[in-house]
Design a binder for this molecule. Structure first.
Ligand SMILES: Cc1ncc(COP(=O)(O)O)c(C=O)c1O
Length: 380
């Protein structure tokens, strides 16, 4: 079976984990601080701080809570995202307001978002769908015009750039995911990045049950004998075990993963671009480090192609069924025609650093056989 995605880990990660075990403290401590520092260095911004947590969903939840989003508020969010974005919003008590997306790239359609603004709208969650961000400046212009805070769901976009700047090195509050299949993994994990010191302070406390300044105490000689809790917190902190994997992955990202992912997607694009019945998403491939390889399968052939690929040992996925179609989020009560179209057209092909060009040749060959069979049938 050619895997859709996988954690690419090996001896270096095992050695790092063994060191943490030998040291004898697996919880949150020095290794987490080291990962935070390394991520900050990687992003190249001393004015911004990084706070690591145990998932991308936790990062989004804490980011929204730190911005004061809660019951009675609304948050604009593109429907074409993983349900984690919606769940993070509803976890605060706020309502996710699903917005339509652009057909060519799955990114938030600001014109549609504008129609869904209300007096309750407090923030906008922008999703870097398939690692791309399109015209991010216009998102920030829109937010400024409507006095909204922005949370970037950059779960797919670790390593991607916008106008030469790394995602996370600028912007209001940016959240990453380091789950098992992301551009870098900690097993599970996530991070919040912001220049807003109030946000950083709040998320640092909230990740550890809201215990005031617990994070700072971990790295100082303070005894931690007395403590206070002022806000709702969660057990969202990252462990030293997770961080140890992350430190190795970050190093490998620059040396191995980034170029591998970029080369593979370029090869997919080259091989797929002229196949009838396939529409590739339009994105600047030089700016992204691709996490997934979704494509549009036209003429109602998506499910047939998905089944055909699986029958031929190729794992495929769907990113995504639009979240407004899910029972919890309205069951399609709002009309989002583009997101609905993409929900039935998108099919994700395998992508991970251990995929080979031969694998891609095989996959593209199967796509060609099935879709061309279909062309012949429709021509007759
Ligand atoms: C767009 C998007 N947002 C948020 C998340 C949540 O990240 P995590 O799985 O680390 O909780 C994911 C994870 O797949 C995602 O794809």
């Amino acid at each position: 079976m050619i895997r859709l995605s996988k954690s690419v880990v090996g001896e270096r990660e095992v050695i790092a984990l063994s060191k943490v075990m030998a040291h004898g403290y697996l919880g949150m401590g020095a290794e987490v601080q080291l990962l935070e520092q390394k991520l900050q260095d990687y992003l190249g911004c001393s004015d911004r701080k990084v706070v690591c947590v145990n998932s991308g969903t936790a990062a989004l939840h804490l980011a929204l809570q730190a911005l004061g989003v809660g019951a009675g508020d609304e948050v604009l969010v593109p429907a074409m995202t993983y349900v984690a974005s919606f769940q993070a919003i509803s976890a605060t008590g706020a309502t996710p307001v699903a917005c339509d997306v652009h057909l060519e790239n799955g990114l938030l359609d600001l014109k549609d978002a504008e129609k869904r603004l209300s007096s309750k709208t407090k923030a906008l969650m922008f999703v870097h769908y398939a690692s791309y961000c399109g015209d991010l400046q216009s998102v920030y212009d829109f937010a400024k015009q409507h006095k909204l805070r922005v949370v970037e769901d950059a779960a797919h976009a670790f390593g991607s750039v916008y106008r030469g700047k790394k995602i996370g090195s600028f912007g209001d509050v940016v959240c990453f995911s380091f789950d098992g299949i992301k551009n870098i993994t900690c097993g599970e994990g996530g991070a919040i990045v912001s220049a807003d010191s109030a946000v950083i302070h709040k998320v640092s406390n909230a990740r550890l049950l809201g215990v005031h300044r617990e994070t700072e105490k971990l790295s100082s000689a303070q005894c931690g004998c007395d403590f206070d809790v002022m806000e709702q917190g969660f057990r969202y902190h990252m462990s030293n075990l997770m961080a140890a994997i992350g430190v190795v992955q970050l190093d490998r990202f620059e040396k191995e993963f980034k170029s591998a992912r970029r080369q593979l997607i370029s090869y997919y694009y080259e091989r797929l671009k002229n196949i009838q019945g396939v529409q590739l998403l339009q994105m600047d491939l030089d700016d992204i480090v691709p996490h997934i390889m979704p494509m549009r399968v036209l003429n109602g052939q998506r499910d047939r192609l998905g089944i055909y690929l699986k029958q031929h040992a190729v794992e495929v996925g769907v990113h995504y069924k639009a979240s407004h179609l899910l029972s919890k989020y309205g069951h399609g009560s709002s009309q989002l025609p583009v997101a609905e179209q993409l929900s039935v057209e998108l099919l994700t092909l395998p992508l991970h650093p251990e995929l080979s060009r031969r694998d891609i040749d095989y996959i593209v060959g199967l796509v060609q056989i099935l879709l061309c069979e279909e062309c012949v049938m429709s021509e007759n």
